[in-house]
Design a protein around this ligand. Structure first.
Ligand code: IVH
Length: 675
């Protein structure tokens, strides 16, 4: 069946619309329709072409992906050589660049000299040849005079128009950079990692690897994009006298160019531009490795000409490299303030990203294994912006024969307690929470905190001072502090020292769940501490429990159980606990609340508004009766206890039909329960 004139017209209309929206997106950076709408246009076109194959031609936006892999890339000779750039690394070299140009052009000091300025994209150079407005060739730079024909791959890049718009010259070669934006690179690598496939070390390699695929269907799946910065052969020659005008004219033809392009004056303008782009660098969606300056006046460019393979009229002012090679001396393990044990590579000092780097974090053992970093290895180190330096990859060719894989130590390098990795966690941890000097400050702050031992007046700053002055090493040492020691501290009057001693003494009367929570066992929060206390009734019961019996406690799974067992297995932790009990910490005996016996068993409460007692206290009473207390109202909530000035929670409970209690009603309920 032949297409009707209406169908032919519609196909043409769709092609034009798709090209137009592509330009809005890639050239103007101002998309007009949502992606889904764009996809619908494409789909409609595909369907029509499927029904009427005679309508398909090379220039249709559906024909970006061919269907046959190539056996090799053909070689192509460039009609105009593809040059490279000289580099400048500091302001002095930039001043030399301007001075040389002024001398050659015999410009007087008063005559201005303008440069076109652009970021230097970190991808690979490509030459696109359009004849009669149609893309007919895409070629890599190769050795500058001959490159590879990668047309079928280039056609898959949506930012590269297959057809030019407007008033194109008969032959137009545009040059620019094909690159992979960072987000696409990260997504690609994540996907590859999950599928256990090869990852790329950086976006530049990813772009190069993707463009040099023999199967264009693979290239089509890679998130490549393109910006143009120059020209090859153009017939007939162009009339504009400045490069910036010619680049701007490219946009009208539908070719994307850098939105950061500017014309700047003299070396001062260049340096200012360099500094501004350096600040933007980490926020750009793609990698750049410097900025490029080109003399804007085309007649000047002609007079200046070339030396070997670089033009005299252009320079790349490079940013400090973000990646360098160095050697790993040793992989050590650091213990953080929460007990996380982190592998760190100690490096031969190397200047990267503007600073000298001699350590790089390896995050965790999974990462060490994945990258297989070893002592003696030569590695790529990356430091981008303010991000902490990291080892990107190992150069395996340079690995010494004697090298051994890194193993996680079994004992903490700081306190010699056991190191454990809970099932399903990547992070290894020191289990000497109460004793380990690396964790000391955090452990004591947590012990003193409101929901734990609630030692009034013992804030974080004071704990830090006490530890730094070596007045305390463990939470137990708090209870042997003297008035003299305390009043000798900075900003501590005798009165407040005495208050603190009183608070310490008061904190000795506590509950088992507060005490348990205060020990800071990994994963044992308030609610878990409460459940453990209810389940085992005594501290020694918990201390002696094995993982299996711990898991009989509500909300305690294998990970929590493993943390509890390894905590109590550390002799140092047990010593600190003994010292605490010795200091006189005690709690009332717990009477088991049989869940079934109370009316509140399993009931879910939410507390809101101002109540006559602190919420924590009411919460403890409710929990002791088998109830659960949560923070937000949902359909699972049984009661909302609402005090003065209750707000949104009250409204929500009302809406959901949750029973609402004022304090009196709560007290009646509690009295009924305890009878
Ligand atoms: S101009 C004759 N401008 O850098 C001038 N090059 O080191 C030729 N590059 O091969 C290049 N961004 O791949 C120019 N805005 C830019 C650039 C740029 C990246 C690359 C290009 C070139 C290499 C030279």
């Amino acid at each position: 069946m032949n297409p009707t004139p209406e169908t032919i017209e519609r196909v043409e209309e769709l092609r034009q619309a798709i090209d137009y929206h592509n330009r809005r997106y890639y050239v103007n950076d101002d998309p007009q329709i949502p992606d889904a709408e764009y996809d619908r246009l494409m789909q409609e076109l595909q369907e029509l072409e499927h029904r009427f194959p005679s309508l398909i031609n090379q220039h249709s936006p559906t024909q970006r992906v061919g269907d046959k892999p190539l056996s090799h890339f053909d070689e192509v000779a460039h009609r105009v050589s593809m040059l490279s750039l000289d580099n400048a690394f500091d302001e002095v070299e930039m001043q030399d660049f301007e001075r040389r140009i002024r001398e050659r052009l015999k410009l007087s000091a008063e005559q201005p000299l303008f440069f076109l300025a652009e970021p230097k994209l970190d991808g690979l150079a490509i030459n696109l040849r359009y004849e009669n407005g149609c893309l007919i060739l895409g070629a890599t730079r190769g050795d500058g005079s001959r490159g590879e024909n990668v047309t079928s791959n280039v056609r898959t890049i949506n930012a590269i128009p297959l057809n030019l718009q407007g008033d194109w010259p008969k032959v137009l070669e545009v040059r620019g950079e094909v690159f992979m934006p960072r987000a696409g690179f990260e997504a690609f690598n994540e996907h590859a990692r999950n599928a256990s496939e090869k990852t790329f070390v950086n976006p530049r390699n990813a772009a190069a690897g993707s463009l040099r695929q023999l199967d264009p269907r693979i290239t089509a799946q890679r998130p490549l994009t393109f910006l143009s910065y120059g020209f090859g052969e153009v017939i007939p020659g162009q009339s504009q006298s400045n490069l910036s005008e010619r680049i701007t004219a490219l946009r009208d033809l539908g070719i994307p160019t850098s939105p950061l392009m500017e014309v700047v004056e003299g070396v001062a303008g260049c340096i200012d531009y360099y500094k501004r782009i350096a600040k933007l660098r980490d926020d750009l969606p793609y990698d750049i490795d410097g900025v490029v300056f080109k003399v804007d006046d085309l007649s000047f460019q002609e007079k200046l000409g070339f030396v070997s393979r670089a033009p005299r009229w252009a320079v790349a002012y490079k940013f400090p490299a973000q990646e360098e090679l160095t050697q790993v001396d040793v992989v050590e393990f650091q213990v953080g303030r929460t007990g996380a044990v982190t592998p760190v590579a100690r490096l031969q000092p190397v200047f990267v990203g503007g600073v000298t780097v001699s350590n790089a974090t390896l995050h965790n053992m999974d990462e060490v294994k994945r990258k297989d970093v070893r002592a003696g290895d030569t590695v790529v180190v990356r430091r981008a912006g303010d991000v902490i330096p990291e080892v990107v990859s190992v150069i395996l060719d340079k690995r010494p024969d004697s090298s051994q894989p890194v193993v996680l130590p079994t004992r903490c390098p700081v306190c010699d307690s056991e190191i454990i990795i809970a099932d399903g966690e990547a992070v290894a941890r020191c289990s000497g929470g109460l004793y380990c000097p690396a964790q000391r400050k955090e452990a004591i702050k947590h012990f003193a905190s409101r929901k734990a031992m609630d030692i009034e007046g013992l804030g974080d700053k004071l704990v830090e001072q006490l530890v730094e002055q070596q007045l305390i090493n463990t939470p137990a040492d708090l209870y042997s502090l003297s008035l003299e020691q305390l009043s000798g501290l900075e900003r501590m009057a005798e009165k407040s020292a005495q208050n603190l001693l009183d608070a310490l003494s008061k904190s000795k009367q506590t509950t088992l769940n507060r005490f348990l929570y205060g020990l800071g066992i990994r994963e044992v929060g308030e609610a878990t501490a409460q459940s453990l206390a209810q389940q085992f009734l005594t501290l020694s019961g918990i201390e002696q429990a094995d993982e299996e019996s711990l898991q009989e406690t509500p909300d305690v799974g294998p990970i929590v159980a493993a943390h509890i067992v390894s905590f109590f297995r550390q002799p140092h932790n047990r010593e600190v606990i003994d010292d605490l009990l010795e200091a006189g910490i005690e709690w009332p005996e717990i009477i088991r609340v049989e869940a079934e016996q109370t009316l509140l068993a399993g009931k879910v409460f939410v507390l809101t508004g101002t109540l006559s007692q602190p919420r924590d206290e009411i919460k403890e009473i409710l929990i002791a009766q088998g109830a659960k207390v949560t923070g937000s109202v949902s359909s699972k909530t049984d009661y909302l206890v609402a005090g003065e000035a209750a707000g949104s929670k009250l409204a929500k409970a009302d809406k959901l039909g949750v029973e609402i209690l004022d304090e009196d009603a709560l007290n009646i309920l509690l009295n009924n329960v305890s009878q």
